[in-house]
Design a protein around this ligand. Structure first.
Ligand code: NAP
Length: 296
């Protein structure tokens, strides 16, 4: 397990240090230490947030090690959001359903798993005034872990029809089946993202388009997850989970067509803020967190 510098600064408070971390592989650059340090600064807390790049074979030892060493909690990212559930003692109801967690908290000997991605998305969607979800038609690009969290947020909000477009169509079908079992009346369909007819047809009437694929992310910033069809609903709202770059090419192209578009930096801040509340029971200043990580 490799633990690069946490980049933490000692602050002047006498409070004991709060130990937090991130488990994933590979990790590369992460803004999580900056986000959580900024959240703690408001309360004069000495937050130490470490990046733990962990091999899968070491995951169990790593999480138990953090618990043994007195960590308050940790985040979990790709590729361990599902695998980590083998090593936890309790799962929230959402984690049980989604089969994925991004936040763990340590309570005595117990390791508790939570998912704050769906809450982070919903909070940002509402803050950015992206409009009603209830009864609206949504198109989701991708069917991975974050797609599941997003569809959960939409289903909780009473979304109308959900159409999932994914490279491997079967994965989209599994996602729809899972939601149909949980939410009576859930209206969903899955297609291949390469479908030349279904996607343009769906975007003519969709109100919500969400990209959950990594297509367009740094360093491939010139790419878009789909070709934008000629005729799309002018009332469409676009949300891209990618936060690096801060605005994706897809969002830029849709904005040129007058479509309100938001990318994932706000969701990232809010999922971190929900984790911070869980760990410390305090209300962080999300504006300060955003400025620390992304500037004004
Ligand atoms: P994941 O579980 O690996 O799922 C990735 C999805 O993207 C899968 O559906 C995959 O399709 C599809 N995909 C991958 N490469 C593709 C390509 N070249 N062309 C078309 N489709 C492709 O990953 P995830 O956890 O859902 O994360 C996805 C993205 O969301 C990442 O960019 C991540 O950084 C971002 N994210 C952002 C936040 C935030 O707070 N803003 C939170 C979570 C995730 P197949 O199923 O066919 O392989």
């Amino acid at each position: 397990m490799k633990s690069p510098e946490s980049g933490n600064r000692q602050n002047s408070s006498d409070s004991p240090p709060i130990l937090l971390g991130l488990l994933g592989y590979p990790l590369g650059h992460s803004v999580s230490p900056v986000l959580h340090r900024a959240a703690g600064e408001t309360f004069g807390m000495d937050i130490h947030y470490y990046l733990f790049e962990t091999e899968e074979a070491d995951l169990r030892d790593a999480v138990r090690g953090l618990r043994a060493l007195g960590f308050t909690g940790c985040n979990v990212t790709i590729p361990y959001k599902e695998k980590i559930l083998d090593y936890v003692d309790e799962k929230s109801e959402v984690v049980e359903f989604l089969g994925a967690a991004n936040t763990l908290s340590f309570r005595g000997r117990s390791i508790l798993a939570h998912n704050t991605d769906w809450q982070g998305f919903l909070q940002d969607w509402n803050e950015k005034e992206m409009g009603e979800i209830e009864g609206k038609n949504a198109v989701i690009l991708g069917a991975g872990g974050s797609a599941s969290a997003i569809v959960y947020a939409l289903a909780q909000s009473g979304v109308g029809e959900v159409q999932v477009f994914n490279r491997h169509k079967e994965r989209g079908e599994e996602l729809i089946e899972k939601f149909s079992r949980k939410f009576p009346g859930f209206n969903g369909k899955a297609y291949s993202i390469e479908s030349m007819t279904k996607l343009p047809q769906a975007l003519k009437s969709a109100h919500i388009l969400i990209n959950t694929t990594p297509v367009g992310m740094f360093p491939d910033m010139g790419r878009m997850p789909i070709h934008i069809p000629k005729s799309i609903n002018p009332e469409l709202r676009y949300y891209d989970l990618i936060y690096n770059p801060i605005k994706t090419k897809m969002a830029e192209e849709l904005e040129k067509l007058g479509i309100k578009s938001v990318c994932g930096s706000g969701m990232l801040v809010h999922q971190a803020a929900f984790a911070f509340r869980r760990w410390l029971g305090l209300e962080p200043d999300t504006g300060a967190m955003y400025r620390a990580a992304f500037g004004s």
